[in-house]
Design a protein around this ligand. Structure first.
Ligand SMILES: [Zn+2]
Length: 510
């Protein structure tokens, strides 16, 4: 979980102190000095009992981590006894570090953590054993580029009208509730952690992250960005002067290095785990000095920087400034790739197969000729994207998985369409094991959770999925997930081989 249990306990101690102080001051004001010592003793006992029972309306954090609405593991933690373990058995388990497949795999999960994992590991007494048969176990997938609080409509044919409609008609609260639906769909597809990089209104993603961490709703672990920093106007199309105040609801526009530092501080104050910056909105592009100020200010506070950069000048600027990841990077020179490799900057290629780009999100009104034209355009675009992935790998640039899915794809859940990006990496020529690493080891490293996520091994958080087939032969088999565990809590458990997952409502959105 994002917040360690000891922190949650510490915050209850603060609540206890505040309530005790308020009650004591009230009594002290009413009673004479002689009665104060006796009164304080009564106050302390009463407050302790009340806070222990959670009279503030919230339960104390459960010992095994809180995902209150996951029914299959509810009630397994007795108040003071160590929780019994859950043991997963499967014919196979992928060791993503070595690339080997462990046969007769056993994973012992205690609380939210993996206690042991390997071939024929002993099963502790009183364990709940779950036999996943012929499936292969993998670490939960990590998507480093999501927009859970957006669900654009293909029939509006473009980002501009969709953004205007979303920001003008949906409050951050409504968008956070949309994010609950999108997050659930990601989680059920095996994506147990996301780095949600903006376009979530002012604070909507932080609210969703905290609701999930508190166990109010079920969803993936979220690394939140709050509003992206950007040039003036954000990524909006042209707006009339009286409509330009909408921009601040979605972006924090900056003007100059000092203002860039202010915006980083604002994002951190608003609850950001990571700083997202839109380096270019053609033809506008931030300066190297502005980008360096952003990176310096963010790193000074222990936050990483994810940079949206799509063209040559933007990718070069971001690399020079030393961001942690370049998102998209559709046009990127070999020089910039060399700089990225030297500085350990990740590339997050938000790629899709050509037919998905061209047709899945197309308006139904297109003529057959228009559809063919779109497909030809998308095929050329995909060929260029493939070339830059190949060059990046050759230059030694590390790759992390990012779907950048923010449209409703008919017939697919958000999670199902997001996994098409992994298929695109494979079609770019990456070996299946390397593709899986982009969504596990590499992604965990990029988001700064490499010590807790990204592999099935003792001491890591128990984020585990099981799929049928052989994803080491074809990563499309990752689309056949039938078991999902996040932080020791089971969120999906199909009794047999994966049936086709029910698609979410394509009309969710503004
Ligand atoms: Zn994006």
């Amino acid at each position: 979980m994002r917040r360690p249990q000891s922190d949650a306990r510490a915050s209850w101690e603060i609540v206890r102190g505040i309530v005790r102080g308020m009650a004591w001051l009230t009594i002290a004001a009413l009673a004479g000095a002689g009665g104060r010592l006796a009164a304080q003793g009564i106050v302390d006992q009463t407050v302790d009992r009340a806070v222990d029972r959670g009279v503030a309306g919230a339960p104390l954090p459960a010992a095994s981590g809180a995902m209150a609405s996951a029914p299959s593991t509810m009630g397994r933690a007795a108040p003071h006894a160590p929780p019994p373990s859950i043991v997963l058995r499967a014919a196979r388990m992928l060791d993503v570090k070595t690339g080997t497949v462990v046969r007769h795999a056993v994973v012992v999960v205690t609380g939210d953590t993996i206690a042991a994992a390997g071939a024929d590991v002993p099963v502790p007494p009183r364990s709940e054993v779950i036999d996943l048969g012929d499936a292969i176990l993998l670490p939960g997938l990590i998507d480093c580029h999501t927009h859970l609080l957006q669900n654009y409509r293909g029939e509006l044919d473009g980002d501009d009208p969709n953004m205007l409609l979303t920001v003008a008609t949906m409050t951050p609260a409504r968008r956070a509730l949309l994010g609950v639906a999108m997050g659930r769909q990601d989680l059920e597809a095996g994506i147990t952690t996301v780095r949600d990089v903006g376009n979530s209104g002012w604070g909507g993603d932080v609210a969703l992250r905290d609701a999930i961490d508190s166990g109010w709703v079920v969803g993936p672990r979220i690394i939140a960005a709050t509003r992206a920093l950007s040039d003036l106007g954000g990524q909006f199309g042209p707006l009339a002067p009286y409509a330009q105040s909408l921009v601040q609801q979605e972006y924090d526009p900056i003007n100059g290095p000092d203002d860039a530092r202010r915006a980083v501080r604002q994002a951190v104050y608003d609850g950001a785990d990571v700083i997202k910056v839109i380096v270019n909105t053609p033809p506008r592009v931030l300066t190297v000095d502005e980008m360096k100020a952003i990176v310096d200010e963010a790193h000074r506070m222990g936050k990483r920087v994810a940079a949206h950069a799509t063209n040559d000048i933007a990718t070069r600027t971001a690399a020079e400034a030393g961001v942690n990841s370049i998102e998209h990077g559709y046009t990127i020179s070999d020089d910039a790739l060399k700089m990225m490799a030297a500085k350990g900057i990740y590339l997050v290629p938000t790629d899709y197969p050509a037919d998905f780009y061209a047709l899945a999100l197309a308006p139904a009104t297109l003529t057959p000729e228009q559809r063919l034209q779109r497909l030809a355009g998308a095929t050329r675009f995909v060929a260029r994207s493939r070339d830059r992935v190949v060059r990046a790998i050759k230059a030694g640039v590390r790759i992390a998985f990012g779907s950048d899915e923010y449209y409703a794809a008919p017939g697919r859940t958000r999670g199902q369409s997001s996994l098409l990006t992994l298929q695109a990496y494979q079609e770019d020529g990456m070996a299946p094991l390397d593709v899986i690493r982009t969504a596990t080891l590499n992604a965990a490293d990029l988001i700064g959770w490499g010590d807790r996520l990204g592999a099935i091994e003792s001491g890591k958080l128990a984020d585990i999925i099981a799929v049928d087939g052989d994803p080491l032969r074809d990563v499309k088999d990752l689309q056949r997930v039938r078991f999902v565990m996040k932080g020791g809590q089971i969120v999906r458990r199909d009794s047999t081989a994966a049936p086709r997952q029910k698609a979410g409502p394509s009309s969710v959105g503004p």
